[in-house]
Design a protein around this ligand. Structure first.
Ligand SMILES: NC(=O)c1ccc[n+]([C@@H]2O[C@H](COP(=O)([O-])OP(=O)(O)OC[C@H]3O[C@@H](n4cnc5c(N)ncnc54)[C@H](OP(=O)(O)O)[C@@H]3O)[C@@H](O)[C@H]2O)c1
Length: 320
């Protein structure tokens, strides 16, 4: 098969488009012919640095396509079935073999590109807001990096739950497409004083919950935006800012901060059902996936560079 691989981590031009051996479909797994690859925030971070699980390495957490082979012991998937799948690595390829439990059926007639973008973004947003963030109707939530994949999902789920939604981005123009999806108040967090802007939007009270996928100085700002007894969720480090967080700032306001990792929850029944629900809602038009651009898989380097230029609103998708 063809795949976008790299031999060392680094900037987007480390990608090579090469022939590699087809993956083997072991017991409990399915082999998926990939039709759409959602580039996740973690994919660009993994390509940029850190440990490589293989060499050459095929990065990527998520894709959708059609099952071509079903491994021994798999009773609930069949050849020809369309699924969206998650994996620790390997999405940037024409074929991927994954445990069947990490696949979700794509309803008939649904857009495979939109469904390719659902599990990690919507699953993470849901866990941040509800399972760990305990968001309730009538509360105000701050969603950092609202134009990113997790942000677009979180804005919609928070609004649907009856919250007031404030979201940040590196320009308010990047948040315009999110207003019809439930965003109440866009804030430009590249400007000095954005914490005061957020607090002023709440009449000085502060937000009940902050969902932070950016980290570093932005995470400190998330906590500074909280109401007394407010909750912050840290779920990523998209800002690549190594600034450590000073936990002593939580004490005066009896505030809390919780880490969220979808990967530790994704195999349990609750999470699998929650993700299927979101796939079905996207398929039925009750939730929206914003796809900013698609690129051919052969142009993975250009697609990653485009994401890192911070122009994309929502997802960038590779098509093998
Ligand atoms: N813990 C988990 O289970 C989990 C699950 C999913 C994702 N994550 C993490 O959450 C983060 C966001 O994921 P995602 O899929 O939403 O990512 P994404 O779609 O690529 O969006 C990332 C956003 O981060 C913002 N950003 C801030 N500083 C940036 C920088 N220096 N370079 C690039 N972007 C920057 C960008 O918006 P602006 O330009 O508007 O600032 C961009 O929209 C990632 O760190 C990812 O690893 C964690």
């Amino acid at each position: 098969m063809k795949a976008a691989v790299y031999y060392e981590t680094g900037p987007p031009d480390v990608f090579r488009y090469e022939d590699v051996p087809d993956p083997e479909c072991g017991p409990g797994s399915v082999l998926v012919h990939v039709e759409a690859i959602s580039i996740e925030g973690g994919d660009t971070l993994n390509r940029a640095g850190g440990e490589m699980a293989s060499k050459p390495h095929i990065v990527g957490y998520q894709c959708a396509g059609t099952i071509r082979q079903v491994g021994d012991g798999v009773a609930d998937r069949h050849e020809g079935q369309r699924v969206v799948a998650t994996m620790f690595w390997g999405s940037h390829a024409e074929l991927v073999a994954v445990p069947a439990v990490l696949t979700w059926p794509v309803p008939d007639g649904a857009d495979i590109v939109a469904c390719a973008c659902v599990p990690v973004a919507f699953g993470t947003a849901d866990d941040c807001l509800f399972e760990f963030g305990h968001l309730a109707a009538g509360e105000t939530v701050l969603i950092q990096a609202g134009a990113g994949g997790v942000g677009v999902a979180a804005i919609q789920l928070a609004k649907r739950a009856g919250a007031t939604v404030i979201a940040t981005a590196s320009s308010v123009a990047r948040l315009d497409p999110l207003k019809p999806l439930g965003l109440d108040h866009p804030v430009d967090y590249s400007r000095e004083g954005w914490v005061d802007v957020v607090r002023n939007l709440t009449g000085g009270r502060g937000v009940d919950l902050a969902v932070d996928s950016v980290g570093g100085r932005v995470l400190a700002g998330s906590v500074a935006c909280l109401v007394y007894r407010g909750r912050a969720i840290t779920v990523g480090r998209a800002g690549r800012d190594p600034q450590p967080f000073d936990v002593s700032t939580l004490g005066m306001g009896n505030q809390s901060i919780t880490g969220v990792f979808l990967g530790a929850e994704i195999l349990n029944e609750r999470t699998r059902a929650m993700i299927q629900h979101h796939v079905d809602d996207v398929a039925a038009g009750r939730l929206t996936v914003l796809v900013d651009r698609t690129f051919p898989l052969a142009e993975a380097a250009a697609a990653h560079a485009y994401i890192e230029s911070r122009q994309a609103v929502g997802r960038v998708v590779l098509i093998p």
